[in-house]
Design a protein around this ligand. Sequence first.
Ligand code: NAG
Ligand code: NAG
Length: 365
Amino acid sequence: MRMMRLLPVLLVVLVVEQARASWWYLGVLGTSGSLSRDTRQISDPAAACDNSPYLDATQRELCRKEKRLLDVIGAGASMGIEECKFQFKGRRWNCTTFNNTDVFGNVIKIKSRETAYIYAISSAGVMYSVTRACAQGSLDGCGCDDTVRAQSTEGEFEWGGCSEDLHYGAKFAEDFVDSKEKAKTEAGNEATVEVDAEFSLMNLWNNKAGRLATREEVDLVCKCHGVSGSCSVKVCWKKMRPFRDIGNALKEKFDGASLMKVHRRKLKLRPISPDMKRPTRDDLVYLENSPDFCEPNIKKGSLGTRGRECNKDSYGLDGCNLMCCGRGYYTVVKEFTEDCDCKFFWCCRVECQKCTYKKEIHYCN
Ligand SMILES: *[C@@H]1O[C@H](CO)[C@@H](O)[C@H](O)[C@H]1NC(C)=O
Ligand SMILES: *[C@@H]1O[C@H](CO)[C@@H](O)[C@H](O)[C@H]1NC(C)=O
């Protein structure tokens, strides 16, 4: 009897949790390695797609077509998350992640620059991961970009090798990542509180900016062939730069992001005032100013900066003054041990002394 009364409550909780969970969680799973274990145990990949609570209908369909897709998306999501943490480690908001229902916490409920960065870097991560997987032959529907071979090289080199297919990667990432947001801007039929067409416009813009940034960061990689390294034949292909370069580029876009407002009738984004420069499609945009992240405020996704490490000698954002919001800091002396005075003995042994040294570390009050 008791059980019967509990059941509806449990169901409601489960449904709410599923609605909030997103494909980002695949990235959290990916980093802990449990995702690959999950998929190996599941003999039927299509069932894995259908049973994943982290995907919507469109994403499930894409997932059913590509049996390794969950792994590839998971890798892309975790690349985005790790890059976000790296780029923001010295700032008040440092891209903290939580759990499956709340990957980034309440910060993504605010239409701020931080949210803009999260969407852009995640969408870039998925595009990057899909594009690379294509070139490595891990996905069925894609491979190398053979269309580049038709491009002129003015005789300086020949196209060869495997040029990464950024066009395919971008298209796929768009289909996968934008699906939820698109449903919201187009239909307006889901009469739920979750529908927020303005927010979707912003997210779609930033998703695209993330993909464009990825397209920009491409190198020509070449190999020489010829008698004794003469390089009489040079063979080149296109390859995406390390993901760090995309993270850096988007971080610059974060600093220069444009505050926008929504033209309600046309449902389009506009600069907040007519004398502001219109952002280009590869800029990041936001609709609300960020909280200052100084004090804990769960609603706004702020953990506050108490106890955060800060740099005493910096006047920048990582400096104790700005990081601690003027509350001051305390200093702890910590002892570190490392190898020193290493000697090489022929052959092949290295012997080192252990040196300890002390270092002052500063933390915000
Ligand atoms: C996930 O993290 C949020 C924020 O820290 C917390 O409120 C929530 O209880 C957590 N959920 C689970 C299932 O651990
Ligand atoms: C990020 O901020 C949180 C909350 O202030 C803190 O607990 C965590 O240690 C920080 N992470 C890094 C890498 O500094």
